[in-house]
Design a protein around this ligand. Structure first.
Ligand code: ADP
Ligand code: MG
Length: 243
């Protein structure tokens, strides 16, 4: 759990229910990115290294610990789409830039959403670009949890190229979901491009399934994007919504 700290939750090891309870006490159904990523990592799902800074000095200190270049993101329960609110900067390269971007991000968000509660700035490792995928989950009143998989960007937004399976998932279910999407050749490797590590994606799908099985209070989950590489995969952004 190195580098994984959740707002207001002191001391490791963290318990998934503590994170959920804390959000409830704060009157929230939406878990913040650091909370959602901590839950994921408690289930063994690989996430970016991250930490939350409460002021500019802490941002500098934590950026140095994570190692440059870093990504800085707003942590606010009132900001659902961080990029739209000017709440993200990628590729921050040194201390001077951390200080400048810290003020800039808070300024952008305040301009965009004047009364937004700001809980801090998320400092995270800058992950190398991989193939963008999405892993999600929704809860249907009749069928229960269904896990979703798709390729990111236009594949999901325009082409709705996604696969669903009702949880709990078997390994075969997870394999079929990945093979069933139309964009599968992009993962399999085409025209000499190397195949992506679909075994890592299968592992993430199975862990998501286990998580919602054990935490039925989860209403929705969006891991978007999940970068997949030749070797390994990593959750870049995460949002979990509870009942
Ligand atoms: P939101 O969806 O709330 O706008 P994201 O956290 O998904 O914000 O970030 C937007 C985009 O920025 C991502 O799709 C990804 O391309 C890039 N990004 C975010 N975090 C990182 C990171 N740690 N490393 C590399 N790229 C990132
Ligand atoms: Mg996102």
């Amino acid at each position: 759990m190195k580098g994984c700290k959740v707002l207001g939750v002191k001391g490791d090891p963290l318990n998934p229910l503590e994170i959920i309870e804390r959000a409830k006490k704060d009157g929230r159904k939406v878990l913040l990115e650091p909370e959602s990523k901590t839950l994921c990592s408690l289930y063994g799902i690989p996430v970016t290294v991250f930490d939350v800074a409460k002021d500019e000095e802490e941002a500098v200190e934590k950026a140095k610990k994570v190692g440059f270049p870093i990504v800085m993101k707003i942590v606010s329960p009132d900001v659902l789409h961080k990029s739209e609110a000017g709440g993200i900067v990628v590729g921050v390269k040194d201390e001077e830039e951390v200080r400048r971007r810290y003020k800039e991000i808070i300024g952008n968000v305040k301009k965009h959403i004047p009364n937004a509660r700001i809980y801090g700035i998320l400092i995270q490792e800058m992950a190398p670009q991989g193939i963008e995928t999405i892993v999600g989950c929704i809860k249907d009143p009749q069928f229960g949890h269904a896990v979703m998989f798709g390729l990111g960007g236009i594949f999901v937004e325009v082409l709705k190229d996604v696969a669903f399976r009702v949880a709990p998932l078997s390994k075969e279910d997870a394999e079929d979901m990945i093979k069933e999407i139309k964009g599968y050749p992009i993962l399999k490797g085409y025209r000499g491009s190397k195949p992506a590590d679909t075994a890592s994606l299968i592992d993430i799908l199975l862990k998501v399934s286990k998580m919602v099985e054990e935490l039925p209070i989860i209403n929705q989950m969006d891991l978007n994007p999940v970068f997949v590489y030749e070797k390994g995969a990593k959750v870049i952004d995460a949002r979990i919504i509870i009942d």
